[in-house]
Unconditional design. Structure first.
Length: 327
């Protein structure tokens, strides 16, 4: 059966703990986005046929994991790579899901994500692929931390600790400055190890307070203003951990973009998603147009080119369609 799998990106606001002094490590929080999207199509085949090098590797692994003959895979759309909105995980899981569904198999993306090299630290990308919305994952037992990166498959994806649907009137400002890609692969692993090994444990306690007393109540009550302010604070506190690795609380010149947006009434909170350079702002339907204009002004003030979008959140997992139904 020919199938198409479509999913949106995600924002990653930060982690709840990066210190080895606490019982659990990492614990990411973020939201699913409606746009931009990754779209992958697949059909049964003998062997693997795919023009996209990244998807080809994911398809090869998926065929082996699922014990199916092969697949013809096409990447119709993909998220911009390594800018902080989850391109790798969404492509990996979309490819796995498309290959499985093409063979009539219901895949467990959570089970197989580690075999694809995904979900090792944060479970946000996997959870938003599965269910959408706002999610906080439970992180990993700190006792399992190793200085060397575990082999693919030698971990489990962190379970979801909290999840909420995103209110319909919320919007997310996305600013994509034309800067070098954020860290990934071995460079990201090395940076994260360095951060964890010297992380200040007192920041974790402060983030826990913000999460329980501000972030969760705001999303539960649908208060976009308080949610934006709270996730901005989570990002700022995370930035104190990363400062030595990325040259400041935010990677330059992202800090200038964030500062400009934070001073704008139509943007309720702003920050850097993951390693950036993507910058987010929390707003709502009534302020969406003004927030878009604020994003353009922020780029101008920082002296960088880029793209600006205002998008909805996404309250469902990846969408699977049979292409035969469209014939």
């Amino acid at each position: 059966m020919d199938v198409r799998v479509s999913t949106g990106g995600r924002l990653h606001f930060g982690f709840t703990n990066l210190s080895l002094s606490h019982e659990r490590l990492y614990g990411g929080l973020g939201v699913a986005l409606g746009e931009p999207r990754t779209v992958v199509s697949a059909a049964p085949a003998e062997g693997v046929d795919c023009d996209d090098p990244d998807a080809h590797e994911y398809a090869r692994r998926a065929v082996s994991l699922l014990d199916v003959p092969g697949a013809r895979v096409r990447v119709d759309r993909r998220l911009p790579r390594h800018i902080g909105i989850g391109s790798g995980t969404q492509l990996a899981l979309s490819t796995l899901s498309a290959v499985a569904r093409a063979h009539g198999v219901e895949p467990s993306v959570r089970r197989f994500a580690p075999e694809l090299g995904r979900g090792g630290r944060s479970g946000v990308g996997v959870a938003t692929f599965e269910r959408g919305g706002f999610v906080v994952d439970a992180g990993h037992p700190t006792a399992r931390f190793t200085t060397a990166r575990p082999a693919d498959g030698d971990w489990t994806v962190p379970p979801v600790a909290a999840a909420h649907s995103l209110p319909d009137h919320w919007r997310f400002l996305l600013v994509f400055p034309d800067l070098d890609s954020g860290r990934s692969g071995e460079a990201e692993d090395a940076s994260m190890r360095a951060v964890v090994e010297r992380a200040d444990p007192t920041l974790s306690n402060r983030i826990a307070g913000v999460l329980t007393r501000q972030v969760l109540p705001a999303v539960a009550t649908g208060n976009a203003e308080r949610f934006g302010s709270a996730v901005e604070e989570v990002g700022r506190l995370n930035g104190a951990w990363y400062a030595d690795e990325q040259g400041g609380t935010y990677r330059p010149p992202v800090g200038q973009l964030v500062a400009t947006l934070s001073e704008t009434a139509s943007v309720f909170g702003a920050g850097q998603s993951s390693w950036g350079p993507a910058v987010y702002g929390v707003t709502d339907e009534a302020n969406a147009e003004r927030a878009h204009e604020a994003g353009e002004r922020a780029l101008d003030a920082a002296g960088v080119d880029g793209r600006v979008r205002v998008v909805r959140g996404r309250n469902r997992g990846a969408v699977v369609e049979s292409l035969e139904n469209h014939e």
